[in-house]
Write a protein of this length. Structure first.
Length: 399
């Protein structure tokens, strides 16, 4: 049973003005994936000023890690806490004093909040080194928004030296009000893969279809046939999406073009379903095309895998969050069809990723992620820091 820790809350309240100032500084100075040079420098300087040890920079171009060694006698595990640092190519439409100073680049997903929360978590854990006997690895990663910065950091050794035992991360969530928290055991977010199908037909005059192989009608048949994958081939209790998001062909009303191109996204939760839909899209496209005298070139680009929380660690997070935020405000939450590259860490080590409610309807802070008016209720960050600190301390001492 977790007991409320009034001292911890008091300590967090004391550092919150600094956490909010950091978040606003980062919000004003957003940088895109793998270009977070100023952000990384800011983070490293903060960590150094706190006395965090073994600060390493330049991992995956702009990634930063640092260690906090517990001072309590004994040997505890190494617990990694991760924040992402990248912004998005969006022109901010918020009229706030901390508006992005770089037109066309904006922290519209809350990664500025993740970074400043992790700096706050580091400060609290530095003050509480006597309370644990393991090591906290702080990890600030580049390029979550499509670049897979997590993957690159792992490839460059971020989970070793010292060997990481558990991994945790959090994401602010505009679909939930401030004070709420969602953490789901098992699969929580989808794998997201992309595909393209180029159909090679035979162009000609629009009035002479019999002399042509029309790639547009082939494409139309393929789009329809692809919908049978989820409807007819996937176990109804599993979840998957096959979406054709682009269908490009032709220029003129009286010309049959040579080629047509389809592009789409595939979402799934289990590795088996992921493999199945990725393979079947290509097979069905080739089969349909062949039956109509055309050929296809199929390209499959795997994206982030499904984000799968360790059930025990997810339960632990919910227990702690229930104590911090109130039981009625904590749940498993829905499955998300969106993807997140923290999944790469969870593929390698047990841990959990949770959603921290950050919307506030009364203050008009309800715009969704990746919207030009996205903004969070900054007070939500106190709860995120408290839940993460308590989680780390609990995992360290198994208490
Ligand atoms: Ni995000």
């Amino acid at each position: 049973m977790v007991v409320a820790n009034p001292t911890l809350r008091g300590e967090i309240d004391e550092i919150m003005p600094g956490v909010i100032a950091d978040r606003r500084h980062l919000h004003e100075n957003p940088e895109l994936g793998f270009q977070e040079f100023k952000t990384a420098k800011f983070v490293a300087e903060r960590l150094e000023a706190m006395g965090v040890e073994d600060i390493r920079t330049g991992i995956a171009i702009t990634g930063v890690t640092g260690l906090i060694h517990g001072a309590k006698p004994g040997t505890g595990p190494v617990v990694l806490v991760r924040a992402d640092m990248d912004a998005l190519p969006i022109l901010e439409e918020n009229d706030v004093e901390y508006r992005s100073k770089t037109d066309g680049t904006m922290h519209a997903c809350g990664h500025d909040a993740h970074t400043s929360m992790l700096l706050g978590i580091a400060r609290i854990l530095m003050n509480r080194r006597n309370e644990f006997s393991g090591t906290v690895k702080l990890l600030f990663q580049p390029a979550e928004e499509g670049g897979g910065g997590a993957r690159v950091m792992i490839d460059e050794g971020a989970l070793e030296d010292p060997h990481v035992d558990y991994v945790f991360g959090q994401h602010v969530a505009q679909q939930s009000p401030i004070g709420m928290l969602e953490c789901r055991g098992g699969p929580a977010m989808a794998a997201a893969d992309r595909f393209s199908i180029v159909i090679q037909g035979k162009g000609g005059h629009g009035a002479q279809p019999h002399l042509c192989i029309d790639p547009i009608s082939v494409g139309a048949q393929i789009v329809t046939a692809l919908q049978t994958i989820v409807g007819r081939e996937i176990d109804p209790v599993d979840k998957a999406v096959v979406t054709v998001g682009a269908f490009n062909a032709g220029e003129a009303s009286n010309v049959i073009p040579d080629t047509a191109e389809l592009r789409g996204t595939l979402r799934s939760f289990s590795p088996e379903v992921r493999e199945h839909i990725g393979r079947r899209v290509g097979e069905i496209a080739a089969g349909v095309a062949q039956s109509m005298g055309a050929t296809v070139a199929y390209e499959y680009n795997p994206g982030y895998p499904s984000t799968v929380n360790d059930p025990g660690m997810a339960t632990l997070v919910r227990e702690i969050a229930s104590d911090v935020l109130g039981e009625e405000n904590v749940s498993e939450g829905p499955l998300h069809m969106g993807a997140e590259d923290f999944s790469y860490f969870l593929e390698q080590r047990p841990g959990a990723f949770y959603f921290l409610g950050s919307a506030n309807e009364a203050r008009g802070l309800t715009w969704g992620h990746h919207h030009p008016r996205f903004d969070i209720d900054e007070a939500s960050m106190a709860g995120g820091i408290e839940v993460m600190v308590q989680t780390v301390l609990r995992v360290m001492d198994g208490s």
